[in-house]
Design a protein around this ligand. Structure first.
Ligand code: 87F
Length: 507
């Protein structure tokens, strides 16, 4: 594609001095071929580079900077909660990994093993952590003796490997990914319950306040919860283009299952032996994929200001006889005053690209706000600001730049969230019967239905909806339950309904 466009520009004899005058546009449209659009946007937006191992991706600085901004927020918040960071090894012995049979059973095919060093076989294969329950909990058992050792609240920022076989997607489903995993132990269930929700609220804030993606907080069904735990809470996002729900992050109460297995006991205040109550919780680089899918458009990425490493790109627009030096100095001064007031701004002074090329380039990368300074702006002591989210143009007096840019960035952040919420909300369909459910599923909806909450019925829903697009499953029972009038029946079984639950296809 690049070659073709370069040639056509050369043929027109345009801008010979400008290198790489390549077509920057995307070849796929979000609404026409979402899958190809996504692959193209993550690469052209310089988030991802594909790698020669399927399901593994290079996270380029543009993606990593988003991860780091969320990490800085979350890390500070959990430190306020007295949670401490640690680091456990990447490798797990098979004995330790398989100690908790129930937990590992369904996941076993996804575990990657190291079997050789150089040419020699290892005496025992060593697993690469897919999660660290079994890695950490033997040491919880060792470190927890009495009630004064509790709570024990640890977190680690690391990578994990799950050798997935279903279609890999950058950020959304990759064989190696980054996450934080929190693992905590308490003397009482009440403390554990409280933490589960405190962490879930931080996950909601990451999605809603940082990524501008609306999520639904709720509880997973028995079928969808983490099998090793007592209950699982989740923040569920939705991708309107594909009509799929996506588990945004999870916060589990593990109850005492692992404490039993790993003998994590303590002497309580009465001098009796007791078992700890545990939680585990994680969010991953999937967050970034959800944000891209929700906000991206036909011009590329659209980054919410709060996670954009460059919030404002300043582009000089020199013109033949104009005062080029004056324009460049005005750009530098604008960046300086924005930076001094805490706004992440940069100027693109490269002389081998045209202003038009730069506009497309930074649009592709999703920078929330572009500031152009041309001869007329310079003469009038003003700048032109162009919003990435809605392409509106605003002429701003130089003296007001900082204040106005701040307002605009806040406004963009809010507009992105509002637009995403509106788009998601029109995809939510309330149904009461199987016919309505099947119809809504066909229309790629996220479905809210009264449910009897029986595992058998969920399995049945899965079987009845199997097909090319994948089966429907329960996403979560929202904490905010609409009223459920007496006598309401389950959409799938016709038995008395116990709760409202979201259903749909999912990632
Ligand atoms: C894949 C292979 C082996 C998910 C796996 O959600 C084990 C597992 O235990 C596995 N895939 N899980 C569940 C992970 C549960 C839990 N771990 C800590 C979390 C949050 C962080």
């Amino acid at each position: 594609m690049a070659g073709k466009d370069a040639k056509s520009n050369a043929a027109k004899g345009k801008k010979k001095e400008v290198k790489k005058e390549t077509g920057l546009g995307l070849s796929y449209k979000k609404d026409e071929n979402f899958g190809e659009w996504y692959s193209e946007v993550v690469v052209n937006g310089e988030m991802i580079e594909y790698y020669d191992i399927s399901g593994c991706y290079i996270l380029r600085p543009w993606a990593m900077s988003i991860w780091e901004i969320m990490q800085t927020f979350f890390d500070a918040e959990i430190k306020k909660m007295k949670i401490k960071n640690c680091y456990f090894p990447l490798f797990v012995s098979s004995g330790v990994l398989q100690k908790e049979k129930d937990h590992i059973e369904g996941f076993a095919p996804e575990v990657a093993w190291v079997t050789k060093s150089g040419e020699s076989e290892l005496e025992m294969p060593i697993a690469i952590r897919p999660t660290s329950e079994t890695v950490m909990y033997p040491y919880f058992s060792k470190w927890i003796r009495g009630h004064r050792d509790l709570p024990l609240r640890l977190n680690q920022w690391c990578n994990v490997v799950r050798w997935e076989f279903s279609n890999p997607t950058p950020f959304i489903r990759s064989r190696e990914f980054l996450w934080q995993e929190g693992h905590t132990a308490f003397a009482t269930k009440e403390e554990a319950d409280t933490e589960v929700l405190d962490i879930l609220e931080l996950y909601r804030r990451i999605y809603e306040e940082f990524l501008a993606v609306p999520v639904i907080k709720g509880k997973k069904s028995e079928h969808e919860k983490f099998a090793g735990g007592l209950y699982t809470t989740t923040v569920e996002a939705f991708v309107p283009n594909t009509g799929r729900g996506v588990q945004g992050a999870t916060s589990h109460c593990l109850g005492q299952n692992f404490a039993k297995m790993f003998e994590i006991n303590f002497e309580n205040e009465k001098g009796e032996k007791a078992m700890v109550w545990q939680n585990s919780w994680a969010y991953t680089t999937r967050t970034i994929g959800v944000m891209i899918m929700v906000h991206g458009d036909d011009k590329g990425l659209v980054l919410p200001p709060k996670v954009a490493s460059v919030q404002v790109i300043v582009i000089p627009v020199p013109y033949k006889d104009a005062d080029t030096k004056g324009i460049f100095d005005a750009c530098a001064a604008t960046v300086k005053s924005l930076n001094e007031s805490g706004i992440r701004a940069e100027a693109d002074f490269r002389d081998n690209y045209s202003p038009g090329w730069k506009y497309s380039h930074w649009e592709m990368k999703g920078v929330p706000l572009r500031i152009e300074i041309g001869p007329k702006d310079y003469a009038n002591n003003q700048v032109r600001a162009v919003r990435r989210d809605n392409a509106t143009k605003h002429d701003i007096p130089m003296a007001d730049v900082v204040e106005r840019v701040k307002d605009m960035l806040d406004n963009i952040q809010q507009s992105l969230f509002d637009a995403a919420k509106e788009k998601r909300d029109v995809c939510i369909e309330v149904v009461h019967t199987w016919e309505e459910f099947a119809e809504a599923l066909g229309q790629k909806k996220m479905i809210l239905a009264p449910w009897c909450d029986e595992e058998e019925v969920e399995r049945d829903v899965k079987t009845r909806t199997k097909g090319e697009m994948g089966a429907a499953k329960s996403l979560c029972s929202p904490f905010q339950q609409p009223e459920l009038p007496e006598g309401t029946l389950c959409f799938a079984s016709g038995k008395p309904a116990k709760k409202w639950t979201y259903w749909g296809r999912s990632y």
